[in-house]
Design a binder for this molecule. Structure first.
Ligand code: SIN
Length: 284
């Protein structure tokens, strides 16, 4: 898709991502929204600052990227808005209103599903004065920087992803899954090297948390290889660190990025984000 709208941009870091300047999404016309979608696909990640969006507008906006995806832990979706997931440390009437520290640890979203989400969007409703940055790693740049010999060794490896394994081993929000959640989230196998469907570029599509093993490689060697590759992908040269302001919208393409949230002083600050997902397809 091409558009005639020329959005003002600046890179999030050289060669990766773009901040889109002077776009007011709540009042944007269809052509501008098409320009935003185009920028997302071109840059792999986009940032729009100073937005004021209600949940209905957020769902409408993300629908321009594809069909919004449902969330697994439905108790943390916004009442009346099942596609809007809340990340928060707020407790109201004795109940957490969202998942706290849910995204801490390098991962790619929904990797435990046969069709992981294509795009993640975070909208900042309230943010701490310090901490809680979100980091994005460019998995294509990380793949391209490997030697041809190392690429040949890794190409073809398959990873076993498991939601049950993730939820029983994760640092925050560990949970014994109900029979219903177990049945809805069977283990899946995905390639370590993922091809982007738009242009064939390759990504070192490693992740932590859901990866239980490298297929055909006994542990601990398999998980040691995962740790080594995550260390590679998350070197400073491949990583953009986002410091949040209220009203920021940050979006990334999960087919070519790895991300993590970071901790903050949750005794001093509140952090509330709205997270929306767009459906994806089977990795190859
Ligand atoms: C996520 O991983 O979906 C959220 C990351 C964050 O809270 O910064």
């Amino acid at each position: 898709m091409t558009t005639t709208v020329q959005l003002k941009t600046r890179p999030l870091k050289p060669g990766f991502g773009a901040e889109l300047i002077d776009v007011d999404l709540a009042h944007a016309d269809a052509e501008t929204v098409s320009g935003v979608v185009e920028a997302f696909h071109k840059h792999g990640a986009i940032l729009l600052r100073g937005q004021t969006m209600d949940p209905t507008q957020l769902v409408q906006f993300i629908s321009a990227f594809g069909e919004p995806e449902d969330h697994t832990q439905t108790q943390f979706t916004l009442p009346g808005h099942p596609k809007v997931f809340i990340l928060s440390n707020r407790v109201v009437d004795g109940k957490p209103i969202g998942a706290h520290n849910d995204g801490v640890g390098w991962h790619t979203d929904y990797s435990y599903k046969a069709e992981p989400v294509m795009c993640t969007m975070l909208y900042a409703a309230e943010v701490p004065d310090e901490g809680s940055d979100t980091l994005l790693a460019d998995q294509c740049a990380a793949w391209n920087a490997l030697s041809p010999e190392r690429q040949a060794e890794l190409d073809g490896l398959m990873l076993h992803h498991s939601y049950q394994y993730f939820m029983s081993t994760r640092e925050f929000g560990r949970q014994e899954l109900s029979d219903e959640l177990k049945a809805a989230n069977p283990d899946v196998i995905h390639p370590l090297i993922r091809t982007h469907p738009s242009d064939g570029r390759k990504a070192l599509w490693v992740s932590t948390g859901t990866v239980k093993e490298v297929v055909g490689m006994p542990n601990p060697q398999g998980l040691e290889l995962i740790d080594e590759l995550v260390d590679w992908v998350t070197q400073d040269q491949f990583v953009f660190r986002h410091k949040w302001q209220v009203g920021d919208i940050l979006m990334w393409d999960n087919r070519c990025t790895l991300h993590t949230g970071t901790l903050y002083d949750d005794t001093k600050y509140f952090r509330t984000m709205h997270r929306l997902w767009v459906k994806g397809d089977k990795p190859f």
